[in-house]
Design a protein around this ligand. Sequence first.
Ligand code: SAM
Length: 235
Amino acid sequence: RFFCPTLSDGTTVTLTDEEFHHLAHVLRGKPGQQVELFDGQGRSVDAVVEKLNKRDAQLSLIGPHRQDSGARVSLVLGVACPKGDRLKWLVEKATELGVAEFVPLQCERSVVEPRETKLAKLEQTVLSACKQCRRNSLMRIGEPQALSDFLKKGPSWIAHPGGDPAGALVSSMSGTGSEFLTVRAAIGPEGGFTDAEVQEAVDRGGRLVSLGKNVLRVETAAVAFAALAAAAAGD
Ligand code: SAM
């Protein structure tokens, strides 16, 4: 599977840069080989490799373009980012689980402030995960946001040890029939949310939700929440 953001209605496409490198050098693709292209916005199409040049590859599109119907539940997951490889792992899993947007949160007890370069690298992680899990729309990586700003954008589920059982969360997502729904959720830092942050979230209409009796690491809690949402949505 190759990423081609400019999938047009034409009959040929050219792969360059990273995608060309992946096809020609990593996978040692050959003319005649059939591949799948996706545009990161839900569109995909089958194609066949026609010609491999020094710096690009020409492919012919075969068959019709397919357009994903779009997820019924769109999850915006705000997370006080863990360090290093744990963040990369989390972004990979969130992509696999269909999270629509990942927002790095700045909380009072945050220990990591992801820099722009690091966030740009995470886009590559999203792309690789999309290829592997056959997802055709890229997970957006949002700008880092203060928790307050995240909460202002709409009522959120706040993952918090000792919060309400997750049943209410699950039924709020599964009981909406075919209606499209945006769900916002916040996962706190290793030190947890402060009392003031929890109070602000509740004052803004947020609900505290428990993910079980054990205290989970940030990335485990984020993945558990995304899995609950994916299962409840049934997309
Ligand atoms: N001592 C901290 C506390 O009591 O909040 C633990 C923080 S935990 C390592 C990091 C974050 O993961 C929490 O802020 C929360 O968002 C989420 N989390 C961890 N375990 C959870 C659980 N059992 N239920 C709900 N959220 C949880």
